[in-house]
Ligand binder design. Structure first.
Ligand SMILES: [Zn+2]
Length: 236
């Protein structure tokens, strides 16, 4: 069977996409499935030039997903900041004297502090022992008003779909937020939708930019039937 230049280009680009996807360590599996399916449908699928089927429909078909599942996948990738509620030790966080551990007693004072650089939240909690309360006092003073002084929180989750594909993601995330309650009230972060646009935050690896695959949308549906292009593919 003869391969057209379009086939060869699509194979190379799909290969490049899959390599990059599998090297992205923080990618949830649902997002990974969706990115690979979108890549397949626009680059490799035998029906990719069929004008009667949209990319969204075809992606749903290859994933064997219903519409609700598709919107769940989009919602899971909504770029946002999610505090790590499980982070840090449970119990009083005052250090013990001469022992290399925290007090750990059950707490009676708890409050949040917002980081002045990232806007991220730290939960503090202390027990009622006078020594621990003395330790807590300057932290509590520092924390008071920290929310109003802190910048908008840098997103720490989602934002991977726009890393790979140019599309009307803001409209898609808004629609997902209407349908999927876990991200109800979602607003686009001012830092950008794509995770590679966010400022670096301590302890978090920033994803590298990737040449974005352009999906062409009309009336909110994708009609990438003209042959997609990897934006800036030559630079990789
Ligand atoms: Zn304590």
């Amino acid at each position: 069977m003869n391969q057209s230049p379009d086939d060869r280009g699509g194979m190379l680009r799909y290969d490049q996409l899959a390599t990059r996807v599998y090297s992205e360590r923080r990618m949830p599996e649902g997002t990974r499935d969706l990115i690979l399916a979108l890549g397949w449908v626009t680059l490799r699928d035998p029906r990719r030039h069929d004008p009667t089927v949209t990319t969204w429909q075809r992606t749903r078909e290859v994933l064997n997903a219903d519409n609700k599942r598709m919107w769940q996948l989009v919602a899971a990738d909504a770029p946002r900041y999610e505090p790590d509620w499980e982070a840090g030790p449970h119990g009083c966080r005052a250090p013990m004297v001469r022992v290399d551990r925290l007090c750990g007693k059950s707490t009676s004072l708890g409050f949040a502090e917002f980081d002045p650089a990232t806007g991220w939240l730290t939960h503090w909690a202390f027990c009622s022992r006078p020594r621990c309360r003395k330790y807590a006092k300057p932290i509590l003073e520092r924390a008071e008003g920290s929310k109003s002084r802190a910048p908008e929180a840098i997103p720490n989750t989602g934002g991977l779909l726009p890393l790979f594909f140019s599309w009307n993601w803001e409209a898609k995330y808004h629609k997902a937020a209407e349908l999927i309650h876990t991200i109800h009230g979602w607003e686009p972060p001012s830092y950008g939708l794509s995770a590679d646009e966010w400022p670096e935050a301590p302890g978090q690896e920033k994803p590298k930019a990737f040449p974005k695959l352009r999906l062409i949308a009309s009336d909110g549906e994708v009609v990438a039937r003209q042959g997609p292009t990897l934006v800036g593919a030559d630079r990789v």
